[in-house]
Design a protein around this ligand. Structure first.
Ligand code: ADP
Ligand code: MG
Length: 376
């Protein structure tokens, strides 16, 4: 049995889906950090209209630019607030939808914080698995669910299996099965039956990430970390079986090349990151504008995500930003990318329908959020 809250949220999301399609973009800004505070860094973002999904950015001494998103989080919004908005998508995985949730942004803006979080402040990955198990249990009279996870890393256009027990020299490739879905033959798919088991698997994955790199943080910021959750469901009454896939992706840092990076390995890394992030933007934009050709094959990242981007699958992008004036140019670059992804440049007619309809829903959604907060 669903809680009333969940049902309400799901309904709201279905409505948003009808007006906005399958792609939504949430903007999350981290707080100023200690170093920035002690250096007296100015904040260039404002949240005056954050409730309406609007972010203000001071681009100069007297110029302010605004960006519209499906949701804007202030630095005070916590992991619970963020997951409350992602949770309807997670639930839809148990209803047979493919979903892709990813965090985009400059290094140091909180991508890993949003997705992985910390043990004290769990992120989307953990909360997702926790919710999947919870609802699977609630529905156990009508459904049996089998949940398994894979953890991959894409670095320099190469796929690495972070759950592989022994390193293999064999190159991992993406194959298409006869029924059209995409998979990587040979990767570990770990069956998990509880949040604790799942957590152990995630830990194994993150420790494997460190192996072979002399600076873990640096390496992480230059590779895409991809968690794939497969859900196989059987309806015990109708006998119907469904299989769905949920990707949770912590993308490589989106920052542009600096002058010192213009040669050697760093250049190659940067070019590969650039290529895959652009490919991701191109794919989502092509989907939003209903283009006849969707260029999935332009990068390993988009090729892997193919089943969960487009069709009736649902996509959520967190665009992560820094509030600091020092990061202004990267912030603007991320916000512009996210704006393009959101496809707001569709025709004006569509734009009009979107805003009025969405406005009503935002108010309702905000109310639902307030309701859920007052219960905490
Ligand atoms: P990224 O993965 O984008 O490089 P991180 O997730 O590592 O960035 O975040 C950088 C630092 O900022 C970390 O210490 C993280 O804990 C902190 N941080 C990021 N976002 C938030 C937030 N919303 N609230 C509090 N701390 C945050
Ligand atoms: Mg990170």
């Amino acid at each position: 049995k669903y809680s009333e809250e969940q049902a309400k949220r799901k309904e709201l999301y279905n409505q948003i889906q009808q007006t906005r399609g399958n792609i939504r973009v949430f903007c999350r800004c981290r707080p100023l950090n200690k170093v920035e505070i002690s250096a007296g860094c100015a904040t260039v973002v404002d949240f005056d209209a954050a409730k309406d999904g609007e972010l203000g950015v001071l681009t100069g001494s007297s110029t302010r630019k605004t960006f519209k998103f499906d949701r804007v989080y202030t630095p005070k919004d916590g992991q619970v607030d963020v997951f409350a908005d992602a949770s309807p998508l997670v639930i839809s995985v148990l209803d047979g939808y493919n979903v892709c949730i990813f965090a985009y942004g400059q290094t140091g803006t909180g991508k890993t914080f949003t997705m992985e979080g910390t043990e004290q402040s769990r992120g989307v990955n953990y909360r997702t698995l926790e919710q999947l198990f919870e609802i699977a249990k609630e529905r156990s009279e009508t459904f049996t669910y089998n949940i398994s996870v894979s953890v991959l890393e894409v670095y320099n256009e190469q796929i690495r299996d972070l759950l592989a027990t022994s390193p293999t020299s064999k190159k991992l490739e993406i194959k298409q099965s006869s029924e059209g879905s995409h998979h990587v033959p040979g990767i570990v798919e770990a069956n998990v039956n509880s949040i604790r088991e799942a957590w152990n698997v995630l830990q194994t994955g993150s420790s494997a990430r460190a192996v072979g790199s002399n600076n873990v943080n640096e390496h992480s910021s230059r590779s895409h970390c991809m968690l794939c959750i497969m859900v196989r469901a059987k309806n015990l009454i109708s006998g119907e079986c469904t299989k769905s896939k949920l990707w949770l992706v912590d993308l490589a840092g989106s920052e542009r090349l600096t002058r010192t990076d213009v040669q050697g390995d760093r250049l190659k890394e940067a070019q590969n990151i650039n290529r895959s992030l652009s490919a991701l933007g191109d794919v989502i934009y092509s989907l939003a504008t209903k283009s006849s050709h969707i260029p999935y094959r332009n990068s390993k990242l988009t090729h892997l995500l193919q089943d969960s981007l487009g069709g009736d699958s649902k996509t959520l992008m967190f665009v992560q930003i820094s509030p600091s004036e020092q990061d202004l140019s990267e912030t603007l670059s991320s916000l512009n990318f996210a704006t393009q992804v959101r496809g707001v440049e569709l025709g004006p007619a569509r734009k009009q329908i979107d805003t009025s309809e969405l406005q009503k829903m935002k108010v309702m959604l905000e109310k639902a959020r307030q309701d859920s907060r007052s219960k905490d």
